[in-house]
Design a protein around this ligand. Structure first.
Ligand code: IFM
Length: 408
């Protein structure tokens, strides 16, 4: 066990309310599911029934030596109608967070992870001018009523994916396609929402670090790296890595934050292609000879290391807020974990100030438009019986987390 991680390193899993809880009926995703938005026809109810089984699920994660956990609190449960807060749901999340604390896991709480209340989307959702003001009462309420139990705030999950899938590809609600203006408006509002939440959270809970989870899809020009391919890769990176601020595009990772949260899964090679304006005039392909996950995403663990190294100059602590692989065959996840955790360790040796890693994810869960067809979990869930079974990858993760080191 010579390859140790820094003392106090956080080992956890990341989840999102709608993907695991079940019975989440007041949000836009629930409506989207009813309208046939899910390719497999699946529904997020009961998902993993985690809303009722959170105690056992946390006990399992504790057995797997997790000392932290990233989860989201569901806005549409806490504020089902504008300005009406549900004391019962707040009490529920107090129990959830208290249970995590009691079981020795530091909670990282995400405030927006893809789902919004139906009342909010009826008013125009994140494209509407008053969106930020409509979100802030929820942020304040959560800070006031749950803040004493929280270790980290994560304001917004993957603004770029949210805007891209909801307004350009139509795979997320509201299901719009090719609406670049809408996507940019969403990004601008999310930026303002993050900044406003950052200020409010600092005011109400000054000791809790605040950040956001940025999704980094690595884009590299296809070899030999012609100028136009480099340009197309740069445009694609611009869309995925920047958001509009006062008429200019600024890096997401330069937003006010006490730590940088990195969600990373994959990347693509980019070839210039005029027929693909929606993808920044680039055709994306997987690097030849590189294995792909069940999603068809290239699995290249070095990309985690290069993404982390690129963040060194920010001088801020970094948390890998998500990283994982869709693989029904767990042997693939075992191989991936060995390699990716080694890349994580190397990035730290090379100066990246990484303080924690949250694997996506603990339980096989509801993978948005793909229903239950994508298995990201360290723990298998039998959807008929809700029985949980730790996979070999789960035990591997437990060994690394327990030793705080890579096995020799
Ligand atoms: O399941 C999602 C998660 O909600 C956000 N990040 C990527 C994961 C895998 O697609």
């Amino acid at each position: 066990m010579s390859r140790r991680f820094p003392d106090g390193f956080l080992w956890g899993c990341a989840t999102a309310a709608h993907q695991v809880e079940g019975g989440n009926h007041r949000c836009d995703w629930w409506e989207f599911e009813r309208r046939g938005g899910i390719r497999t026809g699946d529904s997020a109810d009961p998902a993993c029934d985690h809303y009722r089984r959170f105690r056992e699920d946390f006990a399992l994660l504790r057995r797997l030596n997790n000392n932290a956990h990233r989860l989201s609190v569901e806005w549409s449960r806490i504020e089902p109608e504008p300005g009406e807060f549900d004391a019962g749901q707040i009490a529920h999340y107090r129990e959830v967070l208290s249970e995590l604390r009691a079981q020795g896991m530091a909670p990282m709480v995400t405030l927006h992870h893809f789902t919004s209340p139906i009342w909010f989307v009826r008013r125009g959702g994140w494209t509407a001018p008053g969106a930020v003001e409509a979100w802030l009462p929820f942020v304040r309420r959560v800070a006031r009523d749950l803040g004493d139990l929280v270790a980290f705030w994560c304001t917004i999950n993957e603004p770029n994916v949210y805007a891209y899938q909801g307004w350009l590809t139509g795979e997320f609600p509201p299901g719009r396609r090719g609406d670049l203006v809408g996507a940019l408006r969403v990004l601008a509002n999310l930026r303002r929402a993050h900044e406003a939440a950052y200020r409010e959270l600092h005011r109400l809970t000054p000791d809790i670090p605040v950040g956001l989870a940025h999704h980094e899809w690595v884009l590299e020009p296809a070899p030999p790296g012609r100028r136009r391919d480099r340009l197309a890769a740069a445009i694609g990176r611009g869309f995925m890595g920047r958001w509009p601020v006062d008429g200019r595009l600024r890096p997401v990772l330069e937003a006010p934050a006490d730590y940088l949260g990195l969600n990373h899964y994959t990347g693509s090679l980019v070839t210039f292609d005029l027929r693909r304006p929606g993808e920044g005039f680039g055709r994306r392909s997987n690097p030849p000879g590189v294995p792909v996950s069940d999603f068809g995403w290239a699995v290249r663990p070095e990309w985690l290391r290069s993404s982390l190294l690129a963040l060194r100059r920010s001088g801020k602590p970094i948390y890998v807020t998500e990283n994982g692989i869709a693989a029904a065959d767990d042997r693939m996840r075992v191989r991936f974990l060995r390699e990716v955790l080694e890349q994580l360790w190397r990035a730290i040796q090379e100066g990246a100030d990484v303080r924690g890693y949250f694997h996506w994810t603990s339980l096989d869960n509801f993978e948005w438009q793909h229903g239950y067809s994508m298995r990201f979990g360290l723990v298998a869930v039998d959807l008929r019986t809700q029985e949980r079974t730790v996979k070999p990858s789960g035990w591997l993760y437990a060994a690394v987390a327990g030793a705080n080191a890579l096995p020799d």
